[in-house]
Write a protein that binds this ligand. Structure first.
Ligand code: SF4
Length: 697
């Protein structure tokens, strides 16, 4: 009989809920998976994606060796080539001629090393991340309102609230364990109310007391109407508003809105305003439906304004709550993995902050300006300003807006390196150098979830082939570029200790992100590290922020932003449908992992177009037939699903399918590369399209 192998506590690598996982190696070399009852995020629960983690560890399809121009190569040869081509490009064209495009799937330690190499040693801020596509508008909204990118609340607020408003969030499918927590709380306390604001009738509506199927893109109108009503009913918190700037201007702007733009009935709007204003403990949860918009930052601030005006922030059961898409979007924010941020929530354009980080890293140079954000980065690849590009742990040829254009830009770039665990993705096939990276079960590190909780991800299986950890690959290239002393870690624990020490420097400069209690953590303590909330330092302990009314702007006050809602890009006679994009329950991103599990494909097996019955009739579409969806950026062929869950003129299609799994099912080829001017986040939530029946020749 096979001896029992020890169970290892680790963290799910999919969404930003950050569930704890118990992984037990089994006799067939895989893992048995269960929820960790001791992890505060999930208390033993897992969703179907997390439960199926053991089915996604197949070594088929893995990238097993480095490759140069498609031929297998030795690690030394590949690393030498990457270092030489980056060094030569920088020497000839300057540091801003190179770029890293990274991922919210990376562990914090990987992310830290990539950011340190680009910002501190190469001397450019051209490092951006697929998290730009997910939560950059929330970051921008937080920074405008609070003076820092600080999430005020905790998951337990979702159970303590009397009213939960979910806007732009299909939590039931995209953050299922948080949805389960709310559903359980609502069952235990039937007086709890849930409002879902979403143009679609999603699975999340199953627990809604009120579903507001508002017109796409009109969220800021609705929250402005709420702010105006708060002011009209004298429901502002007279004490808390002493901590605010901009109340009058924000209310003035809010009072201009015409609620007809929401498409909602007066009765429904009234019910929503009465519920929100009449309930002290209210949490407003928001996600991609808010963030992925050409005015995403304004939408975020329209929500924050309502919580600030009423002082409903940072106390038990109340506050605005941005739920992040990826498992380590928050960790990326902490290490400064966005092109406009510096490590530990410091400001790249602040010379005091810059000098502090430069001194700490003993770095030769630091960029003084933000680098290129994702869409601009690929534009710079397209026009030749970026001549060497390293893509790490992400698949932009599927996920970026105007994806076909991004593919052409990468194909024409002088030098492209891709680090990935999979051999064949739409992006890896365009690489000059391919570097095999370890996958979820094979690497050690930390991730931070949506409530600022840092958890260990632990190695549970041996690496596959010659795969190496991302931090090690980056450090090996840095050493070959001449910086071996500053990248000389031997374990992720040492990187985490350095990151924690830097956070102490940041804490001295006023940053909320301070985990300096862990500076100098030993390998043994890192192994044992329990999930914890930041901040964690001698100065502050994790908990809710801002209840006492102190913010991070120089005067200590929060800023309310005057929001003038903007309508989304108009439809036209030719492209008369507004396509709504989103996720399905059982797949993750571009399906490189979830696509391996047959169980996960059973729920929804192929790319599809949800369309209203009357639209289907007008267009001559039949259920289960095929539709061609197109606009000037590209075209997709999708299976027709006729349903009244979507409104007329507003079909829906999921984002996951790739050129590999369904050559015609890519959705981001249709999404225009329009961005929010404040955050740089693309408006990936919608595209205007033409639809016609498709009959294969
Ligand atoms: Fe993983 Fe998110 Fe599901 Fe939790 S809710 S098991 S983190 S995918």
């Amino acid at each position: 009989m096979h001896p029992a192998l020890p169970t290892i506590r680790t963290t799910c690598p999919y969404c930003g809920v950050g569930c704890g996982v118990l992984a037990t190696p089994n006799a067939s070399g895989g893992l048995n998976i269960a929820g960790d009852p001791q992890h505060p995020a999930n208390l033993g629960r897992l969703c179907v994606k997390g439960s199926a983690l053991g089915e996604t560890l197949d070594r088929r399809g893995r990238l097993l060796t480095p490759r140069i121009h498609g031929r297998p190569a030795r690690w030394n040869e590949a690393l030498d080539l990457v270092a030489k081509r980056f060094s030569d490009t920088i020497a000839e064209h300057g540091p801003d001629s190179v770029a890293f495009y990274v991922s919210g799937q990376l562990l914090t330690e990987d992310y830290y090393v990539a950011n340190k190499l680009m910002k501190g040693f190469i001397g450019s801020a051209n490092i951006d991340t697929n998290s730009r596509l997910c939560m950059a508008s929330s970051v921008a909204g937080h920074r405008r309102a609070f003076g820092s990118d600080t999430v005020p609340g905790l998951y337990e607020d979702l159970e303590q609230a009397d009213l939960i408003v979910l806007t732009g969030s299909n939590l039931a499918w995209c953050h299922p364990v948080l949805y389960q927590r709310i559903a359980a709380a609502k069952e235990a306390r039937p007086e709890m109310r849930v409002v879902v604001i979403d143009p679609r009738r999603t699975a999340t509506c199953d627990i809604a007391d009120l579903h507001l199927a508002l017109a796409p893109g009109s969220d800021a109108v609705l929250f402005n109407a709420l702010l105006a009503e708060i002011a009209a009913r004298n429901a502002v918190d007279e004490n808390f508003i002493l901590n605010l700037n901009g109340l009058e201007e924000a209310v003035q702007a809010a009072s201009q809105v015409q609620t007809a733009a929401t498409g909602l009935s007066g009765d429904d709007i009234r019910r929503f305003l009465d519920l929100w204003i009449g309930t002290e403990r209210v949490v407003t949860v928001y996600s991609q439906g808010i963030n992925q918009s050409e005015s995403g930052s304004d939408k975020v601030n329209a929500i924050l304004n309502c919580h600030l005006a009423t002082g409903r922030i940072g106390r038990a059961g109340m506050g605005p709550f941005s739920v992040t898409g990826q498992p380590n979007a928050m960790g990326g924010r902490e290490v400064g993995g966005l092109a406009n941020m510096l490590a530990c929530h410091l400001d790249i354009e602040n010379p005091v902050h810059r000098n502090a980080v430069q001194d700490f890293w003993q770095a030769p140079k630091m960029p003084e300006k933000p680098g290129l954000k994702a869409v601009d980065m690929f534009r710079a690849v397209e026009d030749g300003r970026i001549k060497a590009l390293w893509i790490i742990c992400t698949n932009p040829v599927v996920s970026m807006p105007e994806a076909d254009r991004v593919a052409r830009a990468i194909a024409n770039c002088d030098f492209v390196v891709v680090s990935d665990m999979m051999a064949q993705t739409d992006t890896t096939r365009l690489a000059h150098v391919l570097l095999p990276a370890t996958g979820w079960a094979e690497k050690d590190g930390t991730v931070t979830n949506s409530e600022r909780r840092i958890s260990r991800q632990r190695r549970t299986l041996p690496s596959v082939g010659q795969a190496r950890d991302d931090w090690r690959i980056l450090a090996d290239v840095a050493a070959r570029m001449g910086w071996s002393e500053r990248f000389a870690w031997t374990t992720p624990a040492e990187i985490f200790a350095e990151h924690a020490a830097l956070s102490g420097v940041a804490g001295n400069l006023g940053s909320d992100f301070d985990i300096s209690d862990h500076a100098g953590i030993t390998a043994e303590a890192y192994d044992r590290l329990e999930p914890f909330l930041w901040p964690q330092s001698a100065r502050k302990r994790g908990g809710r922020f801002f209840a006492e009314g102190r913010f991070h702007h120089p005067d200590g006050k929060a800023r309310m932003i005057a929001v003038t809602p903007r309508a989304p890009q108009p439809t036209s006679a030719e492209h008369s449908y507004r396509l709504n994009t989103g996720r399905v329950r059982d797949h993750w991103h571009t399906m490189t992992r979830t696509g391996i599990s047959p169980r996960l494909s059973r729920h929804l097996a192929e790319p599809f177009l949800e369309i209203h019955p009357r639209d289907a009739e007008t267009l001559g579409l039949t259920a289960a037939g095929l539709a061609r969806v197109s606009n000037p950026h590209g075209a997709s062929i999708l299976r027709v699903l006729v349903t009244d869950r979507v409104a007329m003129g507003q079909p829906f299609a999921p984002i996951h399918w790739t050129g590999e799994t369904a050559p015609s099912g890519r959705i981001d080829v249709l999404v225009p590369a329009v961005t929010d001017p404040v955050s740089g986040q693309p408006a990936s939530k919608s595209a205007t399209v033409a639809i016609a029946p498709f009959r294969p020749a």
